[in-house]
Structure formats: structure tokens, C-alpha cells
Design a protein around this ligand. Sequence first.
Ligand SMILES: [Ca+2]
Length: 493
Amino acid sequence: MRFTFCLLMLWGTSARAAELPDTSRMNVLFINIEDCNAGVFGCYGNAICRTPNIDRFARSAVLFDSAYCQGISCNPSRSSFLTGLRPTTTNVYSNSDVMDDLLPTGTLTLPEVVKAGGFTTANVGKLFHRLEYADRPMLAFDRLEMHDKPEGWKGPGPILNFPPKRPGWEKAPADQKSPEFREWKRKHSDRYGDSGLNREEEYDYRMAATAAALLRDFAKQPAGQRFFLSVSQSKPHTPLISPKKYVDIYDPTKIPPPAAPVDSLVNFPAHSLKRARGGNPDLFRDAQPSLQQAREAIAAYYACVTFVDENVGMMLDALEETGLDRNTIVIFFGDHGFHLGDHGFWSKYSMLEATRRVPLIVRVPGAPANGQVCRQFIELVDLFPTIGELAGLAVPANLEGTSFAPLLGDANRTWKRAVFMSGGPADRGHSVRNRRYSYLEYEGNRPGAALFDLERDPWETRNLVDDPQLADVRNEMAALLKAGWRGALPPAQ
Ligand SMILES: [Ca+2]
């Protein structure tokens, strides 16, 4: 039996109110991208991958350059940012952990709190990792598009109808530990290149087109009725396939090889990452690729990102056409990152930068910091309290993130000292990153620790945890990790 969490905190006026416009009547467009390495966007400094729509959006918004997720894959990360709790509290550490069975009694999720705040709610595509993990929270949506329906949900049918998908795609077996699932993964994940589909046949296009249609529909709502629309893009999650026109944009011979070689990570304790030198969980499952294959795979990843960029552009165009852009908060982010061959990894599941750093771009119409890059530390667990503050929602009092709304007023404000992340289940552990160093501790059967100097070694190739000259640094970082997120909060405003 579940109990509604009684301790709610209603956001009121605060210091930031003097700097931000009144956001209490604004809509929210919440765009989440799967497995997206932050370094692929032009606006994040990538000179090869083409992302003109997202770059244009970033110029009108605040780009968070140091945003980090708290879980190493979909389910741990999404369970965290959608509850405003960290994996140490959600108890969700892997993609097979059933969130609804593990959350502390009475935990409320973001959709439920948004719905209780009076929003019209709509979701297109993935939000929580799987419906059966989060059956109850999905009941909070008035509209559910391109998503399985929870038992008892009674909403309208699809706003757009598409021709049936081409055959060839099988639903994933439910048991992620079964041989059948491994075989499904081999067929459906370990691929890159031309999808053989036209743009309009692709699921991600259809999700974006559906979102654009919903926006046009919301534009007809009575004045004062706010909407919350969450939309997913499944790319650039594996398989790294997209319509040929995107694949053809990139010449693999012009793609630089992965930055950190396969044999880097000397003396690194995480067992699962060492294993990836043979085969990976998502891509190149049987063996490491040749240099040519690595370049082709990165090019294919870029093609997927360019495809996503066009889809996001379609949604942003619908916002502008309807005039909703003037009254809609747009949050664009990735659920976690992805290793593009660095250290021989072609997946997520690490507590290294490529997994934990995520793209995050936020536009609040009229915010003073729009157009700026914010280099302060953000954690995805901060999204829930931030939306709560901006929308004036009654949020649970036990949230484990911090609203970053003040940074939308002043991007240079002093903020968090560090960010935190947990890993598992293969290598259960916890990590902390501050401006200079990254420190990881692994527990369980294979305990160990790692320390990286990110200034001298940004790709985390040399574990310095036993370097006697850095003994003080190790002790400081271990103390920071032990103190946890409460020890790294922004100074009182
Ligand atoms: Ca994901």
C-alpha cells in the first residue's frame, strides 16, 4: 500500500524572483534524448557533427557546460531525475531494477507533482525506463502518445496516425538476463549505418511530429491553462542507424580516432570496463572494432545526432509558429552519456566523464542569462526542484537536488563544489567530481578506488590513487565523497 508523501514544500518568492520573469504561468517542454554524449553538439564545441537547430536553440537559452547524471544507464538515471532522489535513495542501480518496487514508500514522481499543480500533461515516447517499472506515475498523463498505456488509463487516442512500421523490429524480451534478450540485443543493438527507412518512417521523427501536433493543439487551449509536454528521442541510442541521407553527410575517414586508446585505464578497478576490451554491452559486442570500423561507428552516431537535431528543430519551429515560445520553458537534455570508443568502450555503464556528463540546455523566456554558457556544476537530480520552483509547484520536501533557477538569472553565480554519481550493479560504487579531480570508490566483491587529474588527464587514463604525492588529494576527495551531496551545496544565497 502506498501513502502520499505529506511533507510538501511550496515554492514561493525568493531572491531569484527579482531576476527572472514571472514563470508561474509558463508551460514546460521537456525533451529527453537517449544515450547522448554531450561533446557531439556544435554548441558544445564539436566541429564535425552538424546540429544547427540545437545550436540555434542554445544561443537563445542557457547552455550548461558541466551537467552530470547520477546513474550510469537509463533506469538508474531516469529513476533519479524523475523522483528528485539519488540512486542511493531510489535503490535503482540497473536497467532491470523495478523502480516502483524499490522507491521509498510515498515517493512522488515529477509527472504526478506536475499534474497536481494543474498542468495539462502529455508524454510522447519513453520517459521512465519501462512502463511496468513505473505504471502508477504514467497515470498522471492526460495524453500518452507512442507509449504503452498503464492499466486503468483513459485518455484520448493518438493525435496523428501513421502507416504501420515496417516489419523486422521485434519487441525486446522482458527478462533482460535471459539468453533471448542477449540474442535480441545482438540483432537490434549491435548495428550502425543506414536504417533503410525514410525519415518519415522513423520512430523518432514520428515522436517529434506528434509533439509538434500536440503543441499546435495546446496553442488552442484557454488562456491560463498550462501544459507540460515530455518528448523523447530514442537516438543516438544503439543501434546507430538512421536514414541514409544522414549517414551520407559524414565521411568516416575524416573522423578522428577515439581519444583514449583501448589499453588505457592502467590499474583501474572496475571489472566490467576491463571486460569491454573484448566485447561491449551495446555495440561491438563480440570484439573491438578496427580503426576503420570505429570511425564508421562514430560517423553513424553523428548521423543519428543530426537526425535528432532536425526532429528537435521541428518541435522548436512548432513552438515559434504558435507563439508558444514566448510562454514556454524548454528543457533539452540527455539521460546519460555514451563512450564513443574511448578506452575501448562503446556504451555507458561507467562512472567516467563520457557516461556521466550530459547535454543540458534550458530556455526560460526572458531569462537574463539566456545566450550564455553556464560552467557551474549541475546534476540531473536538480531538474525536479528547478521545475518545481519555476512552475510554483508543491514539491516533496525530501528532494535531493537543488533548484538551479538562480543560474538562469546569473550564470556566473557561485554554485555547487562537486557532483556525485553511483554505479552498478556489475561494479557497485560511488564517485565524486570536482573542478580538478575525479574520485571513484568501488565496493562489493572487487573493492578499489581511482583518482584522476582531469586537468592533466581529461580522458581519465591514469589512475593516480596510489601516487604518494597525491595522498592529500585522495584523502580530500574521499572525504568529499563520504560527506556526500549535502557537503557540496551552493552557498546560501
Ligand atoms: Ca538512456
